[in-house]
Design a protein around this ligand. Structure first.
Ligand code: ZN
Length: 183
């Protein structure tokens, strides 16, 4: 397959980027920093990108995006790594979902059926796969609360002596407004 021609544009833009690039701090400097990390768990959907709707500044928060904004084992792994490898660890975790998310209008069972057709998977090969779709019809706010609970229940983060702030938001893709979700 020929490379997607859009990638050539990426490289052209990278050339402009490097022209005015200021060298980034080293990892040694990063882990010495004296303020806790803010980590935002969000969806991969570009409409729900907190870098845009919170106008995040460089290095202000770590953005962890996956389909649906699930607190998966790998998201927890990242939280653990950031917590252990920096002076002040992770101070705040924000779960941020958005309205009209693709993961709220499909079920994992339906994804399995799609997989059978699209991948030509033999019976039994995709059954039991976890795609992380939410329960259909469930309010986005409830999904956010569920993922906040996953962070709070984590055996390491949830019982930390220094405490951990866990916040939740829903971004309305029609208005661009982020509203807080309280547990
Ligand atoms: Zn989404």
């Amino acid at each position: 397959m020929a490379p997607d021609p859009r990638v050539a544009n990426f490289l052209t833009r990278n050339a402009s980027f490097t022209a005015s690039y200021t060298p980034a701090p080293s990892m040694a400097d990063i882990i010495k920093k004296r303020e806790p990390f803010i980590v935002i768990v969000c969806c991969t959907d570009g409409r729900g990108d907190p870098r845009a709707f919170f106008n995040l500044q460089e290095n202000e928060a770590v953005v962890q995006a996956n389909c649906g904004g699930r607190v998966t084992p790998d998201v927890l792994r990242t939280l653990h790594v950031l917590d252990l490898l920096s002076n002040d660890g992770v101070g705040t975790v924000i779960v941020c979902h958005h309205t009209d998310c693709g993961m709220i209008n499909v079920s994992d069972d339906e994804m399995i059926e799609i997989g059978k057709k699209k991948w030509g998977a033999k019976k039994g090969k995709v059954e039991g796969m976890w795609f992380g779709a939410f329960e259909k019809g469930k309010a986005v706010r409830e999904n956010v609360k569920g993922e906040m609970e996953v962070v709070r229940r984590d055996r390491w983060l949830g019982k930390r002596v220094l405490g951990l702030e866990v916040l939740g938001f829903v971004l309305d893709v029609e208005t661009g407004k982020a509203e807080e979700v309280k547990l």
